[in-house]
Design a protein around this ligand. Structure first.
Ligand SMILES: [Cu+2]
Length: 185
């Protein structure tokens, strides 16, 4: 509210300046362009994340991941008690998020294509693979399936980028990518 009333009663009835019209037009056209690029990138982007998802009961998913991990564990990570799990090359890979861990640690082979299954056992978490910056929302009740092909070897971190409580900042997982035939026990 102004301290003094404006001089003209219809104070907003001013012609729009040319500069403003041009900026609105540029912003509008850019918005339209990016809207269509979103669709384009879905088919031609270098980081096409999954549209593949299934309903799953969190407890069932947790059991499935633990059974699978037990069959494919190759070693323990230091003295942390975390299993390092190595799937068949080119096979299905499972990981879950929960308060406050990504479980288990995965070991994949370079240039093999895997189907990575992700879900949460409790709340919403954010899977963020670092430093390559691949991000996906992880919800309880939904199993997301990503088709991935690691192209570089090394150690990758999985951080949670969806605030999930007091231990959120400690929710860090790990993924190894090794040359075919290497790694293991
Ligand atoms: Cu989290």
């Amino acid at each position: 509210m102004a301290i003094t009333p404006p001089e003209a009663r219809l104070w907003w009835k001013e012609p729009v300046a040319l500069g403003e019209i041009i900026w609105i037009a540029i912003a509008f056209l850019w918005g339209l362009f990016m809207f269509f690029m979103m669709i384009w990138w879905h088919f031609d982007g270098r980081q096409n994340l999954s549209t593949e998802a299934y309903r799953v009961d969190p407890a069932t998913y947790g059991q499935l991941v633990e059974d699978w991990a037990e069959q494919h564990t190759v070693r323990e990570e230091g003295d942390t008690g975390f299993p390092v799990v190595r799937p068949e090359s080119g096979g299905d890979v499972y990981m879950y998020g929960r308060l406050w861990e990504w479980w288990p640690i995965l070991e994949l082979e370079k240039d093999q294509t895997y189907r990575l299954h992700l879900s949460s056992l409790d709340y919403q978490h954010g899977f963020s693979l670092q430093p390559v910056n691949i991000n996906i929302q992880v919800h309880p009740g939904y199993e997301m399936v990503l088709t991935i092909t690691p192209t570089q070897t090394g150690e990758f971190g999985v951080v949670c980028n969806e605030f999930c409580g007091i231990g959120h900042s400690t929710m860090i997982g790990r993924m190894y990518v090794v040359e075919p035939g290497q790694g293991g026990a």
